[in-house]
Design a binder for this molecule. Structure first.
Ligand SMILES: Cc1ncc(COP(=O)(O)O)c(C=O)c1O
Length: 386
């Protein structure tokens, strides 16, 4: 059983002869009986190991071609457990464009515990080289950045990292293992906010990690058990179920994103479209080489004649909400929502203008998504008659 869609649906084979259940049961038990006090048991306490969570963890390891997987109570909890393998005095090179919650965790939490960081543009290997110090231990980045969808080459970064003996840590939330498997491109640790595409239905907060080797697995497992931010059995089941339909959902996300991009590029109410699938996008070539598709997130800047707030408020089908990767289309204004904690100056530096819109294209009928964008853009423009 080697084909990817089959692996998504079936995971590892089960041997539940007691009931014949074709899905892994939700094991709610917090503790597990020993036959005798000296018995060797696989499970003893659910923070340390739970069969439902364990199924998801093996599913994730398999899909990322890793040795082991881990499931956490959020994407941020997953990132916490990964970065907690480092010690005070260690230095990590971080991409300048990272998710705000990761930025906060690194700069307002880990730096307090003595982890040093240098922000760089990961698309530029010479910047990474220049940032390497004696105490550098890792590089950390997102494959497609948020919200401008800048593309970083996992091969290029991991090439520089391995030359200096550094770990390559990749947040692959935007692409999922269906579109890219960073471990195969040289990364050592992959992280996902499973809240997004892996679960896919905006009904769970979760994070997962997959690692290249057993030594890293032991370090992450220690943190998972010691910090305790594990995913519940119920939520593990939701993510497991979401993963079974990842392939068909992603295919539809990609198809719809293409239709939306086609409309936006032609629209007189749109100034600029950010999507690595566009041939003139700076990340097009790298994404074409390293990914099996360009993802379901599209960002764009509305024309100066359009009031961005009026535009998003005027949408009828597309939900005005943060988060992404769900079956329903979600839209947001980064300057006012996901990136509101950045000052005006910081937003400007990051390329986040008041007219920038991030759209997570859902799996509805593409015509309905496009029609909603069209009516709201027209209604929000001073030049409605154009
Ligand atoms: C790229 C990325 N990584 C990590 C996270 C954090 O995940 P969670 O919200 O599940 O904690 C997010 C959340 O938006 C994200 O977009």
């Amino acid at each position: 059983m080697t084909e990817f869609l089959t692996r998504l649906v079936h995971g590892r084979s089960q041997n539940d002869n007691n009931t014949g259940a074709v899905n892994v049961p939700i094991y709610t038990s917090s503790t597990y009986a020993y036959e005798t006090a000296s018995s060797k048991v696989k499970y003893d306490y659910s923070r340390s190991g739970n069969p439902t969570r364990n199924y998801l963890e093996e599913q994730v390891a398999d899909l990322e071609n890793g040795t082991r997987g881990f499931a956490f109570s959020s994407g941020v909890a997953a990132i916490h457990a990964v970065l907690a393998i480092f010690r005070p005095g260690d230095h990590i090179i971080i991409s300048r464009q990272i998710y705000g919650g990761t930025f906060r965790l690194i700069h307002e939490y880990f730096e307090r515990w003595g982890i040093e960081t240098t922000p760089v543009d990961m698309r530029n290997p010479s910047e990474i080289e220049a940032a390497v110090r004696d105490n550098t231990k890792a590089v950390y980045f997102e494959t497609f950045s948020n919200p401008l969808l800048e593309v970083t080459s996992v091969r290029d970064v991991s090439g520089v990292a391995s030359k200096h003996g550094l770990l390559t840590i990749v947040d692959n939330t935007f692409l999922t293992p269906y579109l890219q498997q960073p471990l195969d491109l040289g990364a050592d640790i992959v992280i996902h906010s499973a809240t997004k595409y892996l679960s896919g239905h905006s009904d769970v907060i979760a994070g997962v990690v997959a690692v290249r080797n057993e030594e890293l697995a032991e370090r992450i497992y220690f943190n998972q058990n010691a910090l305790g931010g594990v995913l519940s059995p119920e939520d593990s089941n939701l993510v497991r179920r979401g993963i079974q339909t990842l392939g068909v959902r992603m295919d539809r996300h990609l198809e719809n994103a293409e239709a939306v991009v086609h409309f936006l590029v032609e629209s007189p109410f749109v100034k600029k479209v950010f999507y690595p699938g566009l041939e003139d996008d700076p990340g097009h070539e790298v994404a074409g080489r390293e990914c099996r598709g360009f993802g379901g997130i599209v960002s764009f800047e509305v024309d100066d004649s359009v009031d961005p707030e009026k535009f998003v408020n005027g949408l009828e089908l597309i939900q005005l909400a943060v988060s992404l990767g769900a079956v329903e289309s979600l839209i947001e204004l980064p300057s006012k929502m996901t990136h509101a904690e950045l000052s005006e100056e910081e937003q400007k530096k990051a390329g986040i203008t008041p007219g920038l819109v991030r759209l997570s294209v859902g799996i509805e009928d593409a015509e309905d998504i496009v029609a909603d964008l069209k009516q709201a853009l027209e209604a929000a423009s001073e030049n409605q008659g154009r």
